[in-house]
Design a protein around this ligand. Sequence first.
Ligand SMILES: NC(=O)c1ccc[n+]([C@@H]2O[C@H](COP(=O)([O-])OP(=O)(O)OC[C@H]3O[C@@H](n4cnc5c(N)ncnc54)[C@H](OP(=O)(O)O)[C@@H]3O)[C@@H](O)[C@H]2O)c1
Length: 316
Amino acid sequence: MNTNQFGEKGWKPDRIENLIGKIYVITGTTSGTGFEATRILLSKGAKVVVLNRNPKKAADTITSLKQELGNDIDVTNIQMDLSKQASVKKAAEEVLKTVPKLDALICNAAIAQVPKQTLTVDGWESQMGTNYYGNWTLQALLFPLIEKSRGRIVTVGSMGYDMGIKTIKFDDLNWDKDYTPNNAYSQSKLAQLMSMYELQDRLKEAEKTDVKAYACHPGSSRTNLINTSGSFMMKLIFNLMKLSPLTQSAEKGAYSQLMCATEPNLDQKGFYGPTGRSNWVGPVGAHKIEPHAKDKSVAKRLWELSEKETGVKWNI
Ligand SMILES: NC(=O)c1ccc[n+]([C@@H]2O[C@H](COP(=O)([O-])OP(=O)(O)OC[C@H]3O[C@@H](n4cnc5c(N)ncnc54)[C@H](OP(=O)(O)O)[C@@H]3O)[C@@H](O)[C@H]2O)c1
C-alpha cells in the first residue's frame, strides 16, 4: 500500500502553482541541490536571495540562471562564508537591511567528509563550525524577519545523521581524539536536525506557531559535495557511486527542501526526503527518523551549548 501523502510518485515541484510575491533566502547555490532549488523557485516567479562564499562563482551562477530563465528573474547574491561567524553575521545584517520579508530561509550549504581534523577561524571542527554553528547563527539572526513574515526555516540534513556515533560528543566536540571524517560530518548533520526539532518545541512553548521549522535531506544526489571537501578516496568512491542507481540527480535531491519551503500544511514533526531504497533515492515524502535525532535531553544541552559557544541567542 502506498503511504506517501503525495501519491506514488511522491512530492514534485509541479505541486507549486506560482510563487509570485514570495521571497526566499537560500545558502550554497553555486552547485548541487541549492542551485536546482534556486532554479525551480525562480522559474515559479519567486524572488530569491542567494548566500554564497565565492563571489565569482555566485556571479557565474546568476549568469547561467539568467541564460536559462531570462533576464527578468529576481535573484541577488549576498556574500557569506558559513564557516566564519563574522561573515554570517555580516550577511544576516545585509539580509535584514535589504529583504522586506522572508517566506523561507533554506539552509542548504554544507561541507562533508573533511579528511583531517581542521578548525574554523572561530575554533570549531570545520564541519560542526560550518554546517551547524554557521546555520545556528544565521537562523537565529534572521528569526525576527522570519517571524514577522510568518515564514519557515528549512534545514537540509542528511541520512548521515544515522551513520556516526548517533549522539553529540559533548566531551570532545572538536574530535581532538578519534577524528574520522564520517563521524564528524555525521555529528554536524545530526546537530542540525536536533536543533530543528528543538526549535519546534520552543516555538510551540512560546506560542509562536506562525513560524514553521522543517528538517529534510536530499538522499544520495549527484552533486559536488564530496568533490569539494572529501579525500581522494571518498571522491573516487562517490564518483563511482554516481554511476549506480543508488544515486539520483541533483534536481531530485532539491525536491525535499522545495517541499519544506512551499508545501502548505506540512507536518513539522516529519523528516522529509526520498522514500526509496535506504532513503537515498525515490519518491519524496515523510519517512522514519531514528529516536536519537529527537533525544530531548541531548537537544536541550546542545541548544544551551550553542548559545554559549556562539554568543548568539534566539529571541523566541
Ligand atoms: N549530495 C548528497 O548526496 C547529500 C547527501 C546528504 C546530504 N546532503 C546535503 O545537501 C546539501 C547540499 O549539498 P550538495 O550535495 O548540493 O553539495 P554541493 O554541490 O557541494 O553544494 C554545496 C553548496 O554549499 C556551498 N558551501 C560550502 N561551504 C560553504 C561555506 N563555508 N559558506 C557558504 N557556502 C558554502 C558550496 O559553495 P562552493 O561552490 O563555494 O563550494 C555549494 O554552493 C548539504 O547540506 C549536504 O550536507 C547531500
